[in-house]
Ligand binder design. Structure first.
Ligand SMILES: [Cu+2]
Length: 160
């Protein structure tokens, strides 16, 4: 093999290396576990969804939009206490999921608000929630509906 052939081989190896890098999985790996919501009374307009979102990637990701066929709108909220009064506000700029971390959405903390409920959420049923992350893209989550007083996800079959 002459020198120029060697150089060509080396160049090809470099190119293949670059192609491998391009085909590598994305830096963020988002998973949603235990997505649940409480049942809502008849004629309720709002529902609340809780879950754990994990980011196994090396860069932060951001929940940019939400939708569900059961509601007119869905958005990430946080609960705050101001002068002893509990209030909810939208998380401006979207919920951030830091790298190698989990964000837990739970009662009295961060949550996803469903507004304009089309039908009451019934205990024992489930519904889809579409979540779009800046890097991970769209994830469709199945939300399990618990009894009205529940404070945590149902023990079995939750948030598959
Ligand atoms: Cu809320």
């Amino acid at each position: 093999m002459n020198m120029s052939a060697r150089a060509a081989m080396a160049a090809i190896a470099v190119m293949l290396g670059l192609l491998d890098a391009a085909a590598a999985p994305p830096a963020t790996t988002i998973a949603v576990i235990k997505a649940w919501a409480r049942a809502t009374p008849p004629k309720a307009d709002v529902g609340v969804v809780y879950m754990t979102i994990t980011n196994q990637g090396t860069t932060a990701d951001r929940l940019e939009s939400l939708s569900s066929p059961v509601a007119g709108s869905a958005m990430a909220h946080q609960t705050t206490m101001k002068n002893g009064v509990m209030a909810m506000t939208a998380i401006s700029g979207g919920l951030v999921i830091p790298p190698h971390a989990s964000v837990v959405l739970k009662p009295f903390h961060k949550h996803i608000m469903l507004e304009g409920l089309k039908t009451p959420l019934q205990a024992g049923s489930s519904f889809p929630l579409n979540m779009t992350f800046r890097h991970a893209g769209k994830i469709v989550v199945t939300v399990s509906v618990t009894g009205m007083g529940a404070m945590q996800a149902p023990a079995a079959g939750a948030g598959k």
